[in-house]
Design a protein around this ligand. Structure first.
Ligand SMILES: Cc1cc2nc3c(=O)[nH]c(=O)nc-3n(C[C@H](O)[C@H](O)[C@H](O)COP(=O)(O)O)c2cc1C
Length: 168
C-alpha cells in the first residue's frame, strides 16, 4: 500500500453526507502510551472562527471521550469498504474491555504525534477548539429528547480545526 501523502484542503473532494453518514469514520485520540478509537457517523465539516473545522458528537458514555477530553488533538480516519467489519466492531465494542484496535485487526499510526488508523485511506488531523455538552434545553424540535436521549446519555459537540490532511 502507498504511504500517506499530505494533501491540500483545496484539493479535497469530500461529500460529508456519504463520507461521514454512510461510509463512517473512526475518531482516534490519545498518545503513544494509550489511545482509543470509535466509529462515528454523525458530524460535519465547515468553516468556523476563521478555520476549516470538523464538528462531531460524542456521548458521555464513550471511553474514547476520556481520550478526547485529555488531549488537544484527535484524528478522523476514513477507510474503504473492505474494512466495514472493523468499523462495525469499533462501533459496538468499548476500549474499556481491552485493546479493541488490535481486536478489530487495525493498527495505529502517528502524525504530528496524533494517533490515527493506519489502514485508512484519508486522515483528518484535528486540533480541538471547543467542547459543548448538548443539554435538553437546547432542543427546539419536539421529538429529539424522546428519540435520542431517553437514557440521558448526552452528546458533547466538539469543534476542531483541521490542521493537516493525509491521503493515499
Ligand atoms: C455506524 C455507527 C456510528 C456511530 N456514531 C457515533 C457517534 O457519532 N457518536 C457517538 O458517541 N457514538 C457513535 N457510535 C457508537 C460508538 O462507536 C460505540 O458506542 C463504541 O463502542 C464506543 O467505544 P468506546 O467506549 O471504546 O469509546 C456509532 C456506532 C456505529 C456502529
Amino acid at each position: 500500500m502507498h504511504t500517506f501523502q499530505p494533501i491540500s484542503i483545496d484539493l479535497l473532494e469530500f461529500n460529508p453526507f456519504t463520507k461521514i453518514g454512510k461510509e463512517w469514520a473512526l475518531i482516534t485520540s490519545g498518545s503513544k502510551n494509550a489511545a482509543n478509537c470509535m466509529t462515528i457517523s454523525w458530524g460535519g465539516v465547515g468553516v468556523l472562527w476563521g478555520k476549516n473545522v470538523v464538528f462531531l458528537f460524542v456521548r458521555d458514555s464513550r471511553y474514547t471521550k476520556e481520550f478526547i477530553d485529555q488531549n488537544d488533538f484527535f484524528s478522523l480516519t476514513f477507510l474503504d469498504e473492505s474494512h466495514r467489519e472493523a468499523l462495525n466492531y469499533c462501533g459496538s465494542h468499548s476500549g474499556r474491555e481491552g485493546d479493541k484496535i488490535k481486536a478489530a485487526g487495525l493498527s495505529l499510526g502517528f502524525r504530528h504525534g496524533i494517533p490515527y488508523i493506519d489502514e485508512g485511506n484519508l486522515v483528518l488531523l484535528c486540533q480541538k477548539m471547543s467542547a459543548t455538552r448538548i443539554t435538553e434545553d437546547s432542543f427546539l424540535a419536539p421529538d429529539i429528547k424522546e428519540k435520542w436521549y431517553k437514557d440521558n446519555d448526552m452528546h458533547t459537540m466538539y469543534v476542531a480545526e483541521i490542521i493537516d490532511i493525509a491521503a493515499r
